[in-house]
Design a protein around this ligand. Structure first.
Ligand SMILES: [Zn+2]
Length: 321
């Protein structure tokens, strides 16, 4: 059934998602313990959706579709949304003009304010290509359109059913509270964190460089918990490679990555950037190499702001559901 046996772990995580969320339904006293765990599992659902959209988990197309819907429920948004702005667009332009998720939309500075507000900026600029993708799927690729609509219906329908169940078990207000802790907060946490990861994986990197186009966090723990998704440079170089193969692939290019673009630990890196750097700028990230908005002399920028739509057309026509 599985294309890679390493995905047994993926399935274990996915099986834990409803167990953890529903444990709060049966015993709301567990909320302080289980809500953080549900947040982590919702983030995992996002990471797994990313992996799954690049490299499908199952051999069967039908299983892959059902799996995408399962992930949508815990991630907090239909997973097809990764395709127009991530797979087709971000991977093509890699933080250069034309990428809907550029880290330098209003400024190339990196500080706490820009990091916190990036979610809203990125979500705003992803909305238009996502809507265009749906519109064009409706016109040119009916099976894709049906899959998108099904994801929305399953996602919203399941949320409403789960809200109803919580209200039935605990009464209206207590039920809403349980639902918010079991599903609402984890979904918001996952969406925000995934987009923040996109930010830190590219801010102050050099998209014109062979290996310095991304920042990779190399620690064992973060890569265990995030299915190797912190090894971002190698992911861009081999986007179709299965997550379980990325550590080995990373080791092959590691020596050629700029030392500032392969920090080991995530939390100390955040501490250095958001607590120390406001007072001692040398602890913060600096632009490495060439900034994304400065093409090398003689080279044309491949894309321009506004080119986000190009990938949408190509994607709608190529997508086979
Ligand atoms: Zn990707």
């Amino acid at each position: 059934m599985l294309r890679y046996s390493a995905d047994i772990r993926t399935l274990l995580w996915c099986a834990a998602m409803p167990v953890v969320a529903l444990s709060m339904y049966f015993n709301p006293g567990l909320i302080p313990w289980m809500c953080p765990l549900a947040c982590y599992l919702a983030l995992s659902a996002g990471v797994i959706a990313h992996n799954h959209n690049h490299c499908p988990t199952f051999k069967s197309r039908r299983f892959n579709n059902v799996f995408g819907m399962w992930l949508s429920i815990f991630y907090g948004y239909p997973t097809f949304a990764w395709i127009p702005t991530h797979n087709l667009n971000h991977h093509k332009y890699v933080n250069k003009a034309g990428d809907a998720t550029i880290t330098w939309r209003h400024t190339n500075k990196h500080n706490l304010f820009v990091a916190l507000s990036y979610f809203f900026v990125s979500a705003y600029y992803q909305a238009e290509p996502t809507k265009a993708f749906i519109r064009k799927a409706k016109a040119n690729n009916p099976p894709l359109y049906r899959q998108i609509v099904t994801q929305y219906v399953v996602w919203i329908g399941t949320y409403l059913a789960l809200l109803g169940l919580a209200m039935g078990m605990h009464g209206v207000w207590a039920g809403i509270k349980v639902w918010i802790f079991a599903f609402g907060i984890p979904a918001i946490f996952a969406l925000w964190t995934i987009i923040y990861f996109n930010y830190i994986q590219h801010v102050h990197t050099d998209p014109w460089s062979e290996h310095n186009h991304s920042r990779s966090f190399t620690g064992r723990a973060i890569n265990f918990f995030l299915f190797n998704n912190a090894l971002h440079a190698v992911h861009h170089e081999m986007p179709g490679a299965h997550w379980s193969t990325l550590r080995q692939a990373h080791e092959r290019i590691e020596a050629e990555i700029h030392p500032d673009l392969k920090p080991r630990y995530f939390f100390p890196w955040c501490f250095a950037n958001y607590v120390l750097a406001p007072f001692f700028p040398r602890f913060g990230t600096q632009q490495i190499g060439r900034a994304p908005f400065l093409p090398p002399p003689g080279e044309k920028a491949e894309g321009a702001i506004g080119d986000e739509m190009e990938a949408v057309d190509a994607g709608v026509n190529a997508a086979r559901v």
